[in-house]
Structure formats: C-alpha cells, structure tokens
Design a protein around this ligand. Structure first.
Ligand SMILES: *Cc1c(COP(=O)(O)O)cnc(C)c1O
Length: 380
C-alpha cells in the first residue's frame, strides 16, 4: 500500500520516526564489499579500516585526532577521564539531555551539576552556567541537542581559566556554530554512532575527538585497558574499541553525510512551512550562527500526551526527547534536585514532540504527518 493522500485517518503505511532503509540502500554494495574484505583479513578490532575512518572523521570534524570507541557513553566517559576529571570534581551539564551525558560524569567518578536550558532553543543556558561555577567545577558539557550546537562562544566567555568546555556531540555530526564544527570546539568531545544518529553504525559505536595530542594518547590507552604497549598497563582502563565492521559502515556513510544533512534541512524547512501557520504548534528555534543538522525536529504542543497517542495510533512514529529531565530521573534522585528546580527544562518536557525526520522522507509523508498532527490537535 502506498501513501498518496494526506487525509487524516486514511489507512496507510506507518511512518516511522527514523527510517534507516533509505540510507542503507545507498551504502549496501560498499558495505558488503568492505565486510567481505574485513572477514578475509580476519582483522576485526581496530586495524586499518578503523584507522582510515578515524582519519576521515577527524578531518570532517576539524579536530586533529579521532579515537574510535565502543559507543557514545564510553566516548564521553573516556573524554573526561583523559582530562583527569574524576572524584572530587564537578561537571556542569544541562538538565534536558539524554541520561548518558550524566552517566559519563558519574562513571568517571565526578559529580554532575545540572543547570537549566534556554526556553526557546532548549540548549544549555550560559547565564545559568556562569551562576553555578565554583572552585569544584572542572568542566562544562556543551550538549549539542537535536542537531544544533550549544552556544559555545557564549559559554567560552563565562568559563574561568581551568574550567574546560567538553562537547557532547552525539546528535550533531556536521553541525556548525559560526563556521566552527561540532567536535572541533571543546578541549575534547564525545560522539555516538548509535544507528539512529545522523552518522549511524550497524550496532553500537562512538568516538572521541580532540586536537590535544596528550588527551588523544590518553584516550587511545584507556580504550584498550590502559595499555601503552602490549601487556604493559600503568593505569586500569576499559575495553572500548571500535570494530572494523562498523568502521566500514561509518566510512561509507561519512562520504554521504553532508548530502543527508542537506536533506534533513530541507525536510525541516518543509515542516516549518506545513505547520508555521498554526498558533498551537511551537516550531523549533535555531540559535543564531548555527547550521542545524536536524537530528530531531521537535515541536511544542498543548495536551502533548493525548496528541502523541493519537499520532501513534494513526501510524505516525512521533516520540519525546526526553519525557523527564535528568534531575527528575530515579537514577539521579540522590543528587537532591526536585520539581521546580529547572523550570524551562520541565516545561519543555511536558510539551515537546519529535516528528518523523530522516534523509529520504518524502513530501507526501511529511504532509501526512502534518495533517495527522493537525487532526490530533483539533480532536480536543
Ligand atoms: C545517543 C546519545 C549519547 C550516548 O550515545 P550511545 O552511543 O548510545 O552510548 C550521549 N548523549 C546524547 C545527547 C545522545 O543523544
């Protein structure tokens, strides 16, 4: 059954939040050939394919070094550990992020200190950061949320000497802020290649980016049990290495990423057009100076849970990123925050709705998403 009309409630094919089949079709032949080569060589962990991807992704990100690791959460933990951040240190991060940002901090042994976001673009608020810095603060995690970079220039201005800017670049591959690239701005950055990210592997994968030689060397050692040479270990690290099979996928996709991000931008502009006339739909705001890569297209609507339920029932794979800010998650109750502490993040959590968006989404699909959203809003 094909989707040709945008009539709400008509029986049609579901539209997922993310459809990876469109990307796969374009890289399938290259991946198959690369995987056959890796299997033939029998070199599955690190190796030449990983080194080639690391070189290309470092160049893409404007960083001197890329170190491939097992996933994005490990990448952020390794970034912190490589900078010597651990017990006794505090790391400031926004309340509205995926739990992994906070987990990286606690796994490194440091304490997460949360701050609110800007109510318009929902990125970390530099004024809130400035107000919360004290002598225990070692770093600020700039989370490049939904595909656009955090206000890194404004953050840099409020950071005293000795407090580092570290990027959570999991959702922002290819994004820029005044021409500076995601992953190339902080002392160090961690990114994720989870399959649904803008640059996604066929399983878990991630990377650390940095232009500091010593930090890069520390991450290379820590990702492989803290070794400096075979069976010589001066510190205990972890096992967090990138697979050669994933590197083959990532290299094939990296070559197409700029084009795919362009398609995401066109799709976001199309949603802006389709929904811009309604005063009950808050469109996503872009921070001045940003080139957005639209990892997620997040609107704000009244009666969000009912609207989402109606959309899902109509086969529209809309979602929420994220339903609870970090300070209200059970896992971080011990930090001692409570409702009312971060009003902008809490208000957003009750209204945000992520609409289907992926390279290859069609105008017909978007028209149907918009029509179903309008029907859900008007259902009362
Ligand atoms: C996906 C994500 C991560 C973690 O990446 P994994 O590869 O799933 O471990 C961290 N931070 C943010 C903002 C993310 O979206």
């Amino acid at each position: 059954m094909t989707v040709t009309d945008a009539t709400p409630g008509s029986v049609t094919t579901p539209i997922p939040l993310v459809d990876l089949a469109v990307q796969h079709a374009q890289v399938a032949a290259e991946v198959e050939e690369g995987w056959a080569r890796v299997v033939g060589q029998g070199s599955f962990i690190l190796g030449p394919d990983v080194a080639a991807f690391e070189r290309d992704f470092a160049a893409f990100s404007g960083a001197a070094h890329c170190i491939g690791v097992a996933n994005g959460t490990d990448a952020l933990e390794l970034a912190l550990r490589a900078r010597g951040i651990g017990p006794g240190d505090e790391v400031i991060l926004p309340a509205n992020t995926f739990i992994a940002t906070a987990e990286a901090v606690t796994r490194a042994g440091a304490r997460p200190v949360l701050v609110d976001c800007d109510p318009d673009h929902l990125l970390i608020d530099p004024a809130a950061v400035a107000a919360r810095i004290d002598e225990s603060t070692r770093a600020v995690m700039a989370v490049h949320l939904y595909g656009q970079m955090a206000p890194v220039d404004a953050l840099a201005e409020v950071l005293p000497d000795g407090v580092e800017l570290i990027e959570d670049a999991a959702q922002s591959q290819g994004a820029t802020h005044h021409g500076r690239r995601s992953g190339g701005v902080g002392t160090v950055a961690g990114t994720s290649f989870y399959p649904g990210k803008n640059l996604g592997a066929y399983g878990d994968a991630g990377a650390v980016l940095t232009s500091d030689d010593e930090t890069a060397a520390a991450v290379r050692s820590l990702r492989a049990h803290g070794g400096t040479q075979k069976y010589r270990h001066d510190v205990a690290g972890m096992n967090s290495r990138l697979d050669s099979l994933q590197a083959v996928v990532l290299s094939a996709k990296l070559a197409r990423l700029a084009g795919w991000n362009e398609q995401r931008r066109a799709a976001a502009a199309r949603y802006d057009e389709l929904l811009g006339g309604r005063d009950d739909v808050g469109l996503p705001a872009t921070l001045p100076g940003n080139v957005h890569v639209w990892h997620l297209y997040v609107v704000r609507v009244p009666r969000r849970d009912a609207v989402l339920a109606r959309l899902n029932a109509a086969g529209i794979g809309a979602g929420i990123h994220y339903p609870q800010p970090v300070h209200l998650l059970g896992a971080y109750a011990h930090l001692g925050y409570g409702p009312g502490d971060f009003p902008a993040a809490e208000a957003a959590a009750g209204e945000i709705l992520s609409l289907p968006l992926f390279p290859g989404i069609t105008g017909d699909q978007q028209a149907r998403v918009a029509a179903e959203l309008v029907a859900a809003l008007e259902a009362g």
